[in-house]
Design a protein around this ligand. Structure first.
Ligand code: FES
Length: 190
């Protein structure tokens, strides 16, 4: 079993919507919920063999509450896993495509039958900074570096970022578990 830790990733919003750091490894998710400082992050990264192999990681979704964003790492890359609220799902479905910089319908951002779950890479598509969750004007993220804003399903809505936050390969293993790194058509894939 892997090491585990968790830390608020954004203290700027209320406790019910805190972001947590979750750490996952190839064997399964190691989740903790508590107050662990960011400096622990680098020392808790997946081991080199896991990264080198690019092994899939499993993420247990069951502890994640509506509106929460958790951070996981796969192949050394930061990934946001977000549980959308019902309001966010409705709002994101209703956004007209012409209003977007990189138009993408809601259905292309989530898996069929799993509208509440968003999984995206966690680095800004401008120059790679880490956007801050629950910031900005679009219920999503705001990048602290040059002001890009992303909506609740990671679509860029205000530049200079040119494209949406990319979606890594992943598949649902069950309603409460995803596997990141699962090739398309893998178990549980729609
Ligand atoms: S790196 Fe995010 S706006 Fe420039």
């Amino acid at each position: 079993m892997a090491n585990s830790t968790a830390a608020p990733a954004d203290a700027s919003h209320d406790g019910n919507r805190r972001d947590f750091l979750f750490l996952a490894t190839g064997a399964g998710l190691a989740v903790g919920v508590g107050a662990v400082a960011w400096p622990f992050v680098s020392s808790m990264a997946p081991d080199a063999e896991v990264i080198a192999a690019g092994a899939p990681i499993e993420v247990d979704l069951s502890p994640i509450q509506d509106g929460q964003i958790v951070n996981v790492f796969w192949r050394g890359k930061l990934i946001f896993v977000r549980k959308l609220t019902a309001k966010e799902v409705g709002d994101m479905r209703a956004v007209p495509l012409p209003e977007m910089i990189d138009p993408a319908a809601f259905g292309t951002r989530v898996k069929d039958g799993h509208d509440q779950w968003l999984v995206v890479y966690g680095n800004c598509t401008h120059l790679g900074c880490v956007p801050i969750g629950h910031q900005g004007n679009f219920e999503g993220w705001a990048c602290p570096c040059h002001g890009s804003q992303f909506d609740a399903v990671g679509r860029v809505r205000h530049g200079p970022a040119p494209i949406n936050l990319p979606i890594p390969p992943y598949a649902f293993q069950s309603d409460t578990k995803i596997r990141i790194g699962e090739p398309a058509g893998g178990k549980g894939e729609a």
